[in-house]
Design a protein around this ligand. Structure first.
Ligand SMILES: Cc1cc2nc3c(=O)[nH]c(=O)nc-3n(C[C@H](O)[C@H](O)[C@H](O)COP(=O)(O)OP(=O)(O)OC[C@H]3O[C@@H](n4cnc5c(N)ncnc54)[C@H](O)[C@@H]3O)c2cc1C
Length: 253
């Protein structure tokens, strides 16, 4: 029997605050790093959720939100973070063995894990993090739902997880990834023969033709990136026939 939205919300994992030991720091791109932490015993989350990060001795009660990029099945918790301002510059000084204060999980941008409906994931830049957690988990769980991931970056240097996403797609025939670059310059940047330009109506029509042309139920949508992209995607998809309640989005800034 399928559960209602209220029941699913009630059953969400409880949030706690804990001191998380930093186990490893992984360079993903010139300005993106993954921070891997030990997880508390029994603590879990739903793919798509986030944690709050505090450095009380440096920033007092101030905090920042970070989507969890790892899968709930992993023994560790990973946050993948782009260097930007006050908090992230402090994070770039952190080394394995240091301790961060984390609180969570939080958030309603969660994969409906009880549905077997197809999924359209849309990610811009480091907005890939919650969607990566969903793809990792879906692959480990051998879900038969189809996932299409539209992933937009400015240049090849900004792409994170691209090799792992390629591996996921070759291991899991239900996941397809389409990468697009918005600021590619021929003869200046690395050679790129994939898609170019922002996520647009034409791109969605072409990549989703198997749903749009066949009458197959439209996928549930998860869009993560800047608000302007999320709003553009939402308006576009509604104009193409999607129901608003099937479009979920997470705003990073
Ligand atoms: C639910 C949620 C999940 C998030 N998950 C992630 C994540 O997985 N990885 C991640 O890197 N960030 C994530 N963020 C953003 C994060 O919370 C911080 O805003 C970001 O790291 C910048 O913090 P800062 O203190 O370094 O910058 P600040 O000093 O706070 O930066 C100043 C201003 O820049 C804006 N800003 C911050 N980052 C960018 C950017 N990249 N491009 C344009 N404007 C920006 C902020 O809105 C702010 O107004 C998430 C935000 C939310 C709300």
């Amino acid at each position: 029997m399928s559960t209602t939205m209220q029941e699913r919300r009630r059953n969400r994992p409880k949030s706690i605050k804990w001191q998380a030991e930093l186990l490893e720091v992984i360079d993903e791109s010139p300005d993106v790093r993954t921070f891997r932490f030990r997880k508390p015993e029994g603590w879990t989350f739903i793919p798509g959720q986030y944690v709050m990060v505090f450095f009380p001795e440096v920033f007092g009660k101030k905090n920042r939100a970070y989507s969890i990029a790892s899968s709930p099945n992993n023994e560790y918790l990973e946050l993948t973070i782009k260097l930007y301002g006050i908090f992230t510059h402090h994070m770039w000084t952190q080394k394995p063995g240091d301790v961060w204060t984390l609180r969570g999980p939080y958030g309603h941008y969660v994969l409906n894990t009880e549905s077997d409906r197809d999924v359209l994931l849309i990610s811009a830049g480091v907005g890939v993090t919650p969607n990566m957690s969903m793809m990792r988990w879906a692959t480990e769980e051998k879900l038969e739902r189809r996932f299409l991931h539209l992933y937009s970056n400015k240049k090849t240097r900004d792409m994170v997880f691209d090799e792992e996403i390629d591996e996921i797609c070759s291991d899991n025939k239900h996941i397809k990834n389409i990468h697009t670059l918005t600021r590619y310059q021929e003869n200046v940047d690395d050679v790129w023969d994939g898609r170019l330009g922002r996520i647009s109506e034409n791109m969605i029509r072409e990549e989703l033709s198997e749903w749009l042309d066949s009458g197959r139920e439209l996928p549930e949508v998860y869009s993560c990136g800047p608000e302007v992209m999320n709003m553009m995607v939402k308006e576009l998809l509604i104009s193409m026939g999607w129901d608003e309640k099937d479009i979920h989005y997470e705003k990073f800034w």
